[in-house]
Write a protein that binds this ligand. Structure first.
Ligand SMILES: [Fe+2]
Ligand SMILES: [Fe+2]
Length: 317
C-alpha cells in the first residue's frame, strides 16, 4: 500500500557527498565572495555548511542575478553537482533560492555527544566537595540561576575552534573541572576550592559572547567586550548578592577568569599570577586543543597522511 502523506526530503549530509553526486537541498552559506574569471565573467565562491561539515561551492552561470538573492548567513535551497577540483570536492551550483519557511535546526546545529543531564550530574558531583563557604555560595548562585543554567546548558564553547556545538560549553567546563580536580590530587599544595571555582567560572561569559540560533556566531557584546570581561562582571553580580563576601577571594576569582587565556596575545588582560591561575590556564588549554585536534582529524578529507594546513593551530597535522 502506498502512503499518501508527503514526507520531508532526506537531507544529504555534506560529509557524505561523493564525486559526481547531484545535490539538492538546504545548506547554510558560511562564506560568500565574488570573483571575475580571465574571460571577464563574474562567478561566486561559497562555503556551504551543515552540521556534518563544510564544502566549497562555485556559481559559474548567472552569478550576478543569483548573487542578488542571498547573503552570507542565509540558508539557501540549491541544485548542483559535485565536481573534483585539485583533489577536493566542490559543488557547482546551477540554481538557488533563499530557503523559505521553517528550516529544521537539527540540520545545522551539532550537539555534544554527551547527554546534558549526565553532564550536569557530573558537574554537581565534582563541585559537591567544595569546602570554603563563600566559594561554595558563589557556585551555588550560578547553579541555582535557572535563566543562566538554561543558557549554559545550550551554549557552544566557540564559533569555530573547540567544542563548537550545542552543549559544548557545558562539556568543556565539566572536562576542565575534572582535569583541575586531577591536578589537585597530584599537587596537594593547590587550593582545590579556588581552582575548581575557576574551572567552573572561567568561560561563563560565553553564554553572552555567542549566539546559537541556526548557526553559532558572536553577539555584539561578545565582539565588543569578550567572554573574559563579560564573565568577570557576571561574577561580580553574584558576589554582590552574597553578604560579607571576602574582598580578597573576590579578586582571586576575578583574576582566574581574566587570566585564563594565559597570554596578552590570546586576549588575557592579565597573565596568571598564582599557582591555581597557572593550573587553570594549562588545563583549559589542554582540553580546548585536544577537542579541536580531534575535530580537525575527524573532518579532514585530504588524501595522504597529513591534513590541510590548519590556520588556527598554524601547522599541518
Ligand atoms: Fe576562554
Ligand atoms: Fe575554556
Amino acid at each position: 500500500m502506498t502512503a499518501n502523506t508527503k514526507e520531508a526530503p532526506v537531507h544529504l549530509w555534506l560529509k557524505d557527498l561523493g564525486a559526481d553526486a547531484s545535490v539538492e537541498g538546504v545548506y547554510l552559506v558560511k562564506d560568500k565572495r565574488s570573483g571575475v574569471s580571465r574571460k571577464g565573467d563574474s562567478y561566486l565562491m561559497l562555503v556551504l555548511s551543515d552540521k556534518s561539515g563544510e564544502i566549497e561551492a562555485r556559481v559559474w552561470e548567472k552569478a550576478d542575478s543569483l548573487s542578488a538573492r542571498f547573503k552570507t548567513g542565509d540558508m539557501i535551497r540549491l541544485q548542483g553537482q559535485v565536481t573534483s577540483f585539485k583533489g577536493q570536492n566542490q559543488v557547482v551550483i546551477s540554481d538557488l533560492t533563499v530557503a523559505e519557511g521553517t528550516v529544521d535546526p537539527a540540520i545545522f546545529l551539532e550537539a555534544s555527544p554527551f547527554a546534558v543531564s549526565d553532564m550536569i550530574a557530573g558537574l554537581r558531583e565534582i563541585l559537591r566537595d567544595m569546602e570554603e563557604t563563600h566559594t561554595r555560595a558563589v557556585i551555588d548562585r550560578f547553579m541555582g540561576d535557572t535563566e543562566f543554567m538554561s543558557r549554559f546548558k545550550r551554549a557552544p564553547a566557540a564559533k569555530n575552534f573547540h567544542h563548537c556545538y550545542l552543549g559544548g560549553l557545558l562539556e568543556h567546563t565539566l572536562a576542565v573541572c575534572r582535569l583541575a580536580s586531577d591536578v589537585c590530587a597530584r599537587y596537594p599544595s593547590l587550593n582545590r576550592d579556588i581552582l575548581l571555582a575557576g574551572a567552573f567560572l572561567h568561560d561563563i561569559g560565553k553564554v553572552k559572547e555567542l549566539s546559537c540560533d541556526l548557526q553559532i556566531d558572536y553577539t555584539d557584546e561578545g565582539r565588543l567586550i569578550g567572554h573574559l570581561a563579560l564573565g568577570a562582571s557576571m561574577l561580580d553580580e553574584k558576589i554582590r548578592e552574597i553578604k560579607g563576601f571576602p574582598a580578597e577571594l573576590a579578586i582571586r576569582l576575578r583574576h582566574l577568569i581574566l587570566s585564563h587565556h594565559g597570554e596578552y596575545l590570546f586576549g588575557s588582560p592579565k597573565k596568571p599570577k598564582f599557582a591555581e591561575a597557572f593550573a587553570l590556564h594549562f588545563v583549559d588549554d589542554l582540553d580546548a586543543k585536544l577537542n579541536a585536534l580531534g575535530r580537525i582529524l575527524e573532518r579532514d578529507r585530504e588524501d595522504g597522511s597529513w591534513t590541510r594546513y590548519n590556520r588556527l593551530l598554524e601547522r599541518y597535522l
